[in-house]
Design a protein around this ligand. Sequence first.
Ligand SMILES: C[S@@+](CC[C@H](N)C(=O)[O-])C[C@H]1O[C@@H](n2cnc3c(N)ncnc32)[C@H](O)[C@@H]1O
Length: 206
Amino acid sequence: MKGNTDPNNIEDVKTIVEEQSSTNTTSIQKISLEQIPTEGLILDIGGGGEGLVSRIMGAKVCALDIRLSEIREAQIHGPPANWFVGDGQSLCFQTSTFDVITLWFSLGYMSDWAIKERVLKEAHRVLQKDGKVSILASNIPESCERLIFWGHFTLPDGTVSQTGYGVKGGQNQTLEQLVNLLEKTGFKIQSQEDNDAWFAIQAIKI
Ligand SMILES: C[S@@+](CC[C@H](N)C(=O)[O-])C[C@H]1O[C@@H](n2cnc3c(N)ncnc32)[C@H](O)[C@@H]1O
């Protein structure tokens, strides 16, 4: 995700931007994260990296990531989550297992829309009836080759996590496009919030 660059080092950031002239870089987006209201199990797809959901919801979380290195990075924070290396397109869980599925800044790493669709179909399969999907995602314009989204996250316990998520551009990943895909894959939208650089969607399995 971040290679050898340090997202907290401004010189590293400048180097990335200068080397890649068609890179779009967002300003730092301040995002307050809340507890996820559920008594049941949560599946966090693309749950490595900062491991935000695991750090907030702990042992209720099954955190799945396609890259072991990203899981190792999230484990540094020591949350008592359950860790899985796997592909969200083909989940190793039984049908109707989870109450909530989270995709927090991970759909942008699945740059092909066919992959996003397969992941949402699998999410739908492993969710219980009336289960919810929670999406946080950056707006990724058609026009750039690469996007670096800067997030300054405040967790419910006051911990701050600041990071840069670097993704392939040209995806046209917008709130509207993801709402369409969620409806196509069997979800009903409960709420949506567009914040320009990023958006949030909550949807329910129907
Ligand atoms: C921005 S990173 C981590 C975001 C994470 N939710 C957090 O809290 O920081 C997105 C992750 O999605 C993972 N990913 C990409 N494609 C995936 C797939 N098909 N299945 C599972 N994980 C995937 C990447 O390996 C990467 O670790």
